[in-house]
Write a protein that binds this ligand. Structure first.
Ligand code: CP3
Length: 351
C-alpha cells in the first residue's frame, strides 16, 4: 500500500489519472522507440530482425530505454508490437525488411481452428520478462505503459494478411457473417485480457489499447466491434487491477469518441491528428477521463516555427486540464531526432 502511494507521487505521468492537472503536461510519444533513432537501428540489426527484437527481453528492454535516455519522457512504452498476439496464437507472421507485416490470413471460422489461446504462454512470457526488466531498469520517476492492439484492429491484419487502406476483408467478414467474426473477436478479447494482466503483474503502471482502424466502421459496427470488445477488456482488467488506468486510442472515431469513452470506461482518451484542439478541450468535459494528444507526426518531421506554434496552441487549449502531450499517431522513421528534442523542450517550457 505504502509502496504504491509513493510511486504515484513520484511518477508525475500518473497525476492526471488521479484527478490532478499538472503543468507542463506529462509527455510521451507513440512509437517513441523506432527507426528514427540510430541506436534503435543498431539494436534491431543485433537482434537479426524485428520479431527477434520483440522476443529478446534484454534487447526489447534496451530499445524501450533508448528514447528515455535521450529525451527523459515521463513514460516509457514497452517495446513490442500489436501483432505479437496473433503470432502467439499460432498465426504465421513475418516482417520483411522495408515491408509491412505479412500473416497467413484467417478468412472464416474454419481458419480459427489453427489458433488457440493455449499456444500463447511461451511468447507472452518473453514480453512479460521485458516488462519486469524495464521496471527494474527505468528511472523510478518514469511510468511504464503496457499495451495491446484492440481486437478490431488486430483482426483487420489477421483477416487481410497485411496492412490495408480500407480494412475491406475484415469489414466484409463482419458484415456477411457476424457470428463467425464474433468468434475471432471473442478469442482476441480473451487473450488480450491474459496478455495485459501479465503485463500489469510484471510491472506496467498504465495500459494503452491501440485501435488504429476504429475509424473504418460505421456507427452500428463501431459499437459492436470497437466499443463492446474494448469495454469487455476494460471491465476484466478493472476487476483484477482497479487502480491501473487504461488509455483508449480509437483513431478516426470522430464524433463517436465521446460515446466510446462513456461506454468503454477507459480512463484516458488518445485523440488523433484530425481532432481540433478545442474539441480535445471541450468534448470530454462531462467524462471522468484524461485527454492525450495530438500533434501531427508530420509537423514533427517538418519542425520549425510551424511546429512550435501548433505545440503552443495545444498547450494553451489544454492548460489546466488533465492532459498528456503526445502525437496524433506514431512517429514516422523520417523524423529528425533533434526535432523531438525541440518538442520536448517546448512542452517542458510550458505555456
Ligand atoms: O510505441 C512504441 O515505441 C512501442 C512499440 C510499438 C511498435 N508498434 C513497434 C514497431 C507499438 C506500440 C506498435 C503498435 C502498432 N503496431 C500499431 C498501432 C499503432 C499505430 O501506429 O497505428 C500497429 C497498427 C502495428 C502494426 C505494425 N507494426 C505495422 C503495420 C508495422 C509496419 C509499418 C511500420 O511502421 O514499419 C509494424 C512494425 C513496427 N512496429 C516497427 C516498430 C518500431 C518497425 C519495424 C522495424 O523496425 O522494421
Amino acid at each position: 500500500m505504502q509502496k504504491s502511494e509513493t510511486t504515484t507521487i513520484e511518477r508525475r505521468f500518473l497525476a492526471p489519472f488521479h484527478g490532478k492537472a499538472v503543468s507542463p503536461p506529462p509527455i510521451w510519444l507513440m512509437r517513441q522507440a523506432g527507426r528514427y533513432l540510430p541506436e534503435y537501428r543498431a539494436t534491431r540489426a543485433e537482434a537479426g530482425g524485428f520479431l527477434n527484437l520483440c522476443y529478446t527481453p534484454k534487447l526489447a528492454a534496451e530499445v524501450t530505454l533508448q528514447p528515455i535516455r535521450r529525451y527523459g519522457f515521463d513514460a516509457a512504452i514497452l517495446f513490442s508490437d500489436i501483432l505479437v498476439v496473433p503470432d502467439a496464437l499460432g498465426q504465421q507472421l513475418t516482417f520483411a525488411e522495408g515491408e509491412g507485416p505479412r500473416l497467413d490470413p484467417v478468412r472464416d471460422v474454419a481458419d480459427l481452428g489453427r489458433l488457440a489461446v493455449s499456444n500463447t504462454a511461451s511468447k507472452y512470457a518473453l514480453v512479460w520478462e521485458t516488462v519486469q526488466r524495464l521496471r527494474q531498469d527505468l528511472p523510478k520517476e518514469t511510468a511504464l505503459i503496457g499495451f495491446c492492439g484492440a481486437p478490431w484492429t488486430v483482426a483487420t491484419y489477421m483477416v487481410q494478411g497485411e496492412g490495408s487502406t480500407d480494412q475491406a476483408k475484415a469489414r466484409l467478414w463482419a458484415y456477411r457473417d457476424p457470428a463467425g467474426f464474433q468468434a475471432l473477436i471473442d478469442l482476441l478479447v480473451e487473450t488480450s485480457i491474459t496478455y495485459l494482466d501479465g503485463q500489469v503483474k510484471a510491472g506496467a503502471d498504465v495500459l494503452q489499447i491501440f485501435d488504429t482502424w476504429a475509424g473504418s466502421l460505421p456507427d452500428d459496427q463501431f459499437d459492436r466491434w470497437v466499443v463492446e470488445p474494448t469495454k469487455a477488456i476494460r471491465a476484466a482488467l478493472k476487476t483484477k487491477h482497479p487502480n491501473v488506468p487504461v488509455i483508449g486510442f480509437p483513431r478516426g472515431a470522430g464524433p463517436m469518441a465521446g460515446w466510446y469513452v462513456s461506454e468503454t470506461g477507459v480512463n484516458g482518451i488518445g485523440c488523433d491528428t484530425a481532432t481540433p484542439p478545442w474539441v480535445m478541450s471541450e468534448a470530454f468535459e462531462d467524462e471522468d477521463v484524461v485527454v492525450q494528444g495530438n500533434l501531427d507526426p508530420l509537423l514533427l518531421v517538418s519542425g520549425g516555427a510551424q511546429m512550435d506554434e501548433r505545440i503552443d496552441e495545444i498547450l494553451e487549449e489544454m492548460d489546466g486540464k488533465r492532459f498528456i502531450f503526445n502525437l496524433g499517431h506514431g512517429i514516422v522513421p523520417e523524423t529528425p531526432p533533434e526535432h523531438v528534442a525541440q518538442l520536448v523542450a517546448r512542452v517542458r517550457a510550458g505555456v
